[in-house]
Design a protein around this ligand. Structure first.
Ligand code: NAP
Length: 260
């Protein structure tokens, strides 16, 4: 299936590993020139080389923290007028809400709400002028089904979702779409980190812990990043202009409801 994206440019944030990398790779396979960011330059270069080798696409790297003003400025300087923006950053730490002071909340809101909003603000008017734009925000299944220990994520990402829902309705008539992808458990470093403590407590390796938990899940497994990347590319397709303001849950059926 040709997604009609050849020659487009994408800025994919936090994309040296995991879900961001998978999105960048899936877009590059469609002939999109991708600019990828992450804080660690070495991993970013390795990932860029791997994407170039697999897809032949143009890949530009920008090392920096996307949650800072300087990091965003550097990313936008390298890719000032993307046709596609994939918003992503590391998730906030787990914990007990009694331990989170104002600073902890500001960090979470900065990373998982304000950063994607400011990036969307920076790129959306040129998208509107060109009458093509796709903004995909990587959020979390926790927006729909809160995870008590991830309160910082539940809160900050729900705020982002509310704002983006309104912006999506302002942009749609210009063929600029905004949608959110809500990952459940995907096999990435983030998942391995969040499983580490439970694995250690149970005397299991992290892979054993993932396998153990998968037994009781609806799909019987965790998601693979490539599945996530392909869903992102689909939302960015030229023919996806009528998919507006959606929250697409990719959780293998974990959220139990009759619909939506
Ligand atoms: P991951 O495998 O740990 O990868 C995170 C990527 O983001 C890395 O490339 C990392 O590189 C980069 N990054 C992190 N913080 C950054 C920052 N401040 N500025 C620029 N780049 C940054 O994580 P993931 O599993 O792909 O998760 C992506 C997002 O989805 C996170 O927000 C996570 O909370 C959310 N999520 C994931 C899952 C899951 O099961 N995987 C489930 C629900 C939600 P550097 O460290 O070098 O910067």
């Amino acid at each position: 299936m040709d997604l009609g994206l050849k020659g487009r440019r994408a800025l994919v944030c936090a994309a040296s590993k995991g879900l961001g990398r998978a999105c960048a790779t899936a877009l590059a396979r469609e002939g999109v020139a991708v600019t990828i960011t992450a804080r660690t330059a070495a991993t970013l270069e390795e990932t860029a080389a791997a994407i170039r080798a697999e897809t032949g696409a143009e890949v530009t790297v920008v090392a920096g923290d996307i949650t800072t003003e300087a990091g965003r400025a550097a990313a936008l300087a390298a890719c000032p007028e993307p046709d596609i923006l994939v918003n992503n950053a590391g998730g906030p730490p787990p914990g007990d809400f009694r331990e989170w002071d104002r600073e902890a909340w500001i960090r979470a809101v900065d990373a998982n709400m304000i950063t994607p909003i400011l990036l969307a603000k920076a790129v959306i008017d040129p998208m509107i002028a060109r009458r093509f734009g796709r903004i995909v925000n990587i959020t979390s299944a926790s927006v729909k089904s809160p995870i008590p220990t991830l309160g910082l994520s539940n809160g900050a990402r729900a705020g982002l979702t509310g704002f983006m829902g309104g912006l999506a309705r302002q942009a749609a008539r210009h063929n600029v779409t905004i949608n959110n992808l809500l990952p459940g458990p995907f096999r990435t470093d983030r998942l391995r980190t969040t499983m580490a403590a439970a694995a250690q407590a149970a005397g299991r390796t992290i892979e054993e812990e993932i396998a153990e938990r998968s037994k009781t899940s609806v799909a019987g497994r965790v998601g693979e990043p490539d599945e996530f990347g392909r869903a992102c590319a689909f939302l960015c397709a030229a023919s996806s202009g009528f998919i507006v303001g959606q929250n697409l849950l990719l959780d293998g059926g974990a959220f139990n409801s009759t619909m939506g």
